[in-house]
Ligand binder design. Structure first.
Ligand SMILES: Nc1ncnc2c1ncn2[C@@H]1O[C@H](COP(=O)(O)OP(=O)(O)OP(=O)(O)O)[C@@H](O)[C@H]1O
Ligand SMILES: [Mg+2]
Length: 183
């Protein structure tokens, strides 16, 4: 059985997965890289849209051995029956703004990704695809990298429950909704 590390850009998926791959002796399967290697990116303004149906098919055919699948596309391309545990990394949107600006993302791309994080879209879609019993969300904002890895390993062993994450209340209390949603 395989594991999944997912979440919005910049939450720390690759940083954590590189370590996990060694700890659990499973190869890392980077969903974005697979999409790129098989030419599934469709350039659209500044975003790379991926043909998720084709990606799902390629993963089923060519990536069937147990792995740590990494990427924000996981809920849209992986079959639940091959997956043991799904970790959704969450990060405080105010911390993500800095990472996105450092990466030179455009205003639209920043708002799209921040809006998704504030609403917990990927966690919601992961629970839909893989089920609540397999899906655990972890807030990395309050943890360093080794604390995050420990928490993920405990989740793999089924020793901890999903964390409560509610950025929407924090953002609306600060009256910052317009910062995170284009309207
Ligand atoms: N507790 C933590 N867990 C993971 N990463 C952290 C943590 N604290 C800080 N980081 C930092 O967050 C930054 C973003 O991490 P990373 O590049 O791994 O994100 P990502 O989810 O792989 O992004 P992308 O989807 O764009 O590939 C890195 O600079 C990383 O060191
Ligand atoms: Mg990354």
């Amino acid at each position: 059985m395989s594991y999944v590390i997912t979440g919005n850009p910049g939450v720390g998926k690759h940083t954590i997965s590189k370590e996990l791959s060694k700890l659990v002796s499973l190869p890392m399967a980077d969903l974005n890289k697979i999409a790129q290697d098989f030419g599934l990116f469709e350039k659209n303004d500044e975003t790379n849209d991926v043909d998720v149906e084709k990606l799902a098919k390629i993963i089923q055919e060519k990536f069937s051995k147990p792995s740590i699948f990494v990427g924000h596309l996981a809920p849209y391309v992986l079959p639940s029956n091959k997956i043991k545990k799904v970790i959704v990394l969450r990060k405080n949107p105010y911390d993500l703004i800095k990472i996105y600006e450092e990466r030179g993302y455009s205003k639209n791309k920043i708002k799209d990704n921040l809006g998704s994080e504030v609403l917990g879209v990927i966690f919601h879609d992961a629970v839909n695809q893989f089920g609540a019993e397999k899906t655990v969300q972890i807030d990395v904002s309050t943890k360093n990298i080794s604390e995050t890895i420990k928490k993920v390993m405990d989740s793999f062993k089924g020793e901890i429950n999903t964390e409560q994450v509610d950025w929407l209340s924090i953002v609306s209390e600060k009256n910052d909704l317009k910062e995170f949603f284009a309207y």
